[in-house]
Design a protein. Structure first.
Length: 365
């Protein structure tokens, strides 16, 4: 039986609002964007960490001035939510494409006052040790990428989180642990990023690869409170099967050094491993895999079936002998922007410890 405290999202308000604006470059030389399209809708939700919450999400798709409409559109999302536990979430992910996609600026700005789960560290952490901690932080993610050879991009990346006002349970699992970062701190990391991208659509790919690798190190010069480094490799593959069905696969591997703050550890319960409680298992290394079958139902509605397996360990070499945790589920999709394929996503995933609902914009991967 689905328990109320396991529900992550309950309601989508009954309507979506669309605002379309197109600019003609020949007539409006002052315009910096062409073919602007905006979709916005209100949402209400419930989670055990937030109780009831409400807010809105909007997404703008467009082409920068003089970019061909056959290239990928740039996009900016804006989300704002407030909960009955006085939590606040403001986030703005973005993607900009210029010079026939040879230059890409990707990232996110945000500000959060939020609760996260903590069960301890390691694949053998206990479900009964669950507790939550509250933290307030601004966030910045930036990556400037340039196409070196066709479909292969190389560039610089930056990560910033300023964790403060960290509130943990007195006498709890987190307070008793010796994990770095439990007394606040700033993440300020710089690094190299590379990716290979042959997807036919950034919002709903039906074919192609997306492979991204990141190597980051903390920077005391930029104000980091910690001294650590990390590596990530995110591999995604999409293949159309039949006329409108899509098979999507995701394999992820990540590893970080000692002294990684606990809120930047790798963890299961992400988009790849839906059905496992968020941050249920976390450690310095992760190896996980997910498979998803996407198919239309009728009109703007579609559905998915997904499954995943993954593990965490103190070091990457240990993930090959560590216990793996499995999850799976089903979901419903609704197209809010037919031109670009942007979808609302509502999923229900299950693991051996129960199930969770998820709701957001865009596919999980």
């Amino acid at each position: 039986m689905i328990q109320l405290e396991r529900i992550v999202l309950l309601l989508l308000f009954c309507c979506c609002t669309y605002v379309n604006a197109q600019t003609n470059t020949q007539k409006n030389k002052d315009s910096i964007v062409d073919h602007l399209k905006i979709a916005a809708f209100p949402v209400a939700f419930y989670t055990p960490e937030t109780a009831f919450g409400f807010g809105g999400i909007g997404i703008a798709n467009f082409w920068l001035k003089n970019e061909e409409i056959e290239t990928r559109p740039s996009s900016v999302q804006l989300g704002l939510s407030y909960t009955t536990k006085s939590q606040f979430l403001l986030y703005m992910p973005f993607e900009f494409y210029k010079d026939d996609q040879k230059w890409r600026l990707l990232g996110e700005f945000g500000f959060y006052k939020y609760f996260y789960n903590f069960f301890g560290v390691g694949i053998n952490s206990k479900e009964e040790d669950e507790e939550t901690y509250e933290v307030t932080f601004p966030r910045a993610r930036l990556a400037l990428m340039h196409e070196v050879i066709p479909d292969f991009y190389l560039g610089l990346g930056y990560e910033f989180d300023n964790f403060r006002n960290l509130k943990i349970e007195e006498g709890g699992t987190l307070e008793a642990s010796n994990v770095p970062g439990k007394r606040d701190g700033t993440i300020s990391n710089v690094g190299l990023q590379a990716f290979y991208d042959t997807r036919d659509n950034i919002f709903f790919p039906t074919k192609g690869f997306y492979i991204q690798g990141n190597v980051f190190t903390s920077s005391k010069i930029l104000g980091s409170s910690f001294s650590y480094s990390k590596f990530e490799l995110d591999n995604r593959f999409y293949q159309k099967v039949g006329k409108k069905q899509v098979l999507a696969a995701n394999a992820f591997v990540g590893s970080s050094s000692k002294n990684t703050p606990f809120y930047d550890l790798f963890y299961l319960g992400s988009k790849r491993t839906r059905g496992i409680n968020n941050r249920r298992f976390q450690d310095n290394a992760e190896l996980s895999m997910a498979l998803e079958y996407r198919f239309p139902i009728a009109g703007r509605f579609g559905a998915v079936v997904f499954g995943s397996t993954g593990t965490v360990a103190p070091a990457l070499k240990d993930t090959f002998k560590s216990a793996y945790k499995n999850a799976g589920g089903v979901g419903v999709r609704y197209i809010i922007n037919k031109r670009d394929g942007v979808r609302i996503r509502a999923d229900y995933g299950m693991s051996s410890e129960g199930g969770n609902f998820y709701f957001t914009i865009k596919e999980a991967f």
